[in-house]
Ligand binder design. Structure first.
Ligand SMILES: NCc1[nH]cc(CCC(=O)O)c1CC(=O)O
Length: 323
C-alpha cells in the first residue's frame, strides 16, 4: 500500500533545513510514509531589517504555525529554544526528541580556548544571556573581555572571526552539529560557566491538535519520537522562563539534568540564571526533586525555582532586552 506523503513545513535556513531533514528521516522510519519538505518563506527570511523590529524569532514560528492551522502542512519542527512558552490553541507538541548537546561553544581565532583569549578580546554574541554570564565569569576570574552584540546566521557569525573583526563568537553546539560544522568549535563552555537557553539543543515537533482521525493518528506516530526525559527537562526549563515572565531574548539560562542518587533513585536538578548583561549581577540558583512523572510536576519544578529566584531579586534584572 502506498500512502500519501506527510508534509513537513520548514524554514529554508541551513539550520532549519538540516533539522527538518533529520526529523523527516526519523518520521519516515516510524510511519513508513514518505515525508515531503514544504518551504515556508517568512517576512523574516526575506527582510534584511532587524529581526527585533518585526518581532524576533517568533515571526518564523508564527508563519509555520499558520501554515499548520491552514492545513497546508501536517507538522513542523522548531528549535525548542525559539518557541514562545505559551502553547497555541489548536496545536500540540507531539514530540520532543532526545536532546542534543545543550552547551554553548566558542569559535575563536587561532583555535583559542575561552580562558586563553588575550586581554581586550572581543567576543560576539547577540544574546544577553550569554553576555551576562561571560561577563560575570570574566569579572570573577580576572579576564578582560568585551562582549560585542552581533546577529545573523551561523556563517555570518563565524565570518566575523574569519575576517578578523572579532576574536571569537559564541554559538550553540547543537546548531553547529546539526549543520555538520562542529569542527569549527575551538572550546566548549561548561554549563557551570554559561547555562544554556531554556530548551537549547532540543527540537519540538508540532502538529494540529487531534480534531480529525488523521490528526490523532499523526499525533500518535510522532509521539514515538518523544523522549520523556528530554520533555520533562525542557518543560521544567520553560516553566521557569514563563514564571520569570521573560521573553525569548531575556537573559535567562536554564538547564535540567539528572542526578543519580543512591542505587536507583534518580533526581532532576534544575538550574537557572538571570543577570545583567555587564555581568555585575547574577542570580543563579538550583533546585532538585524527583524526576517529574507528569507534565504538571515538571511545570511545578520550574515555578518553584522561579519563586526562589524572584525572591532573590531576579525580576529587577529582566528589564534588559537585547533587541
Ligand atoms: N537563536 C538561534 C538558534 N536557535 C536554535 C539554534 C541552534 C541550537 C538549538 O537548537 O538549541 C540557534 C543558533 C545558536 O544559538 O547558535
Amino acid at each position: 500500500m502506498t500512502e500519501k506523503a506527510l508534509r513537513l513545513g520548514t524554514r529554508r535556513s541551513k539550520l532549519a533545513m538540516a533539522q527538518s531533514g533529520q526529523v523527516a528521516d526519523a518520521v519516515s522510519q516510524v510511519t513508513g510514509r514518505p515525508v515531503e519538505l514544504v518551504e515556508i518563506t517568512t517576512y523574516g527570511d526575506v527582510s534584511r531589517e532587524h529581526l527585533a523590529q518585526i518581532g524576533g524569532t517568533g515571526v518564523f514560528v508564527a508563519a509555520l504555525r499558520e501554515a499548520l492551522l491552514r492545513g497546508e502542512v501536517d507538522f513542523a519542527v522548531h528549535s525548542l529554544k525559539d518557541l514562545p512558552t505559551a502553547q497555541p490553541e489548536g496545536l500540540v507538541l507531539a514530540a520532543v526528541p532526545e536532546r542534543e548537546d545543550p552547551r554553548d561553544v566558542i569559535v575563536a581565532r587561532d583555535a583559542l580556548k575561552f580562558t586563553d583569549l588575550p586581554r581586550g578580546a572581543r567576543i560576539g554574541t547577540g544574546a544577553p544571556r550569554r553576555m551576562a554570564q561571560l561577563n560575570a565569569y570574566a569579572r570573577a576570574h580576572g579576564l578582560d573581555i568585551e562582549t560585542v552584540p552581533i546577529r545573523g546566521n551561523v556563517d555570518t557569525r563565524i565570518g566575523y572571526v574569519r575576517k578578523g573583526e572579532l576574536d571569537a563568537v559564541v554559538l550553540a553546539a547543537a546548531g553547529l552539529n546539526r549543520i555538520g560544522r562542529s569542527d569549527e568549535v575551538t572550546d566548549f563552555l561548561s554549563v557551570d560557566t554559561v547555562l544554556p537557553a531554556p530548551g537549547q539543543g532540543a527540537l519540538a515537533i508540532e502538529c494540529r491538535a487531534g480534531h480529525t482521525a488523521q490528526d490523532s493518528a499523526l499525533i500518535a506516530v510522532l509521539g514515538e519520537l518523544d523522549d520523556p526525559f528530554t520533555r520533562a527537562a525542557v518543560t521544567a526549563e520553560r516553566s521557569l522562563l514563563a514564571a520569570l515572565e521573560a521573553g525569548c531574548s531575556a537573559p535567562v539560562g536554564a538547564l535540567a539534568d539528572i542526578l543519580a542518587g543512591g542505587q536507583t533513585v534518580k533526581e532532576m536538578r534544575l538550574r537557572g540564571v538571570v543577570g545583567t548583561t555587564d555581568g555585575s549581577t547574577l542570580v543563579q540558583l538550583s533546585t532538585t526533586g524527583p524526576v517529574p512523572a507528569t507534565h504538571e510536576a515538571a511545570l511545578a519544578l520550574g515555578r518553584e525555582l522561579a519563586t526562589e529566584m524572584l525572591a532573590q531579586g531576579a525580576a529587577g534584572l529582566m528589564g534588559e532586552r537585547a533587541h
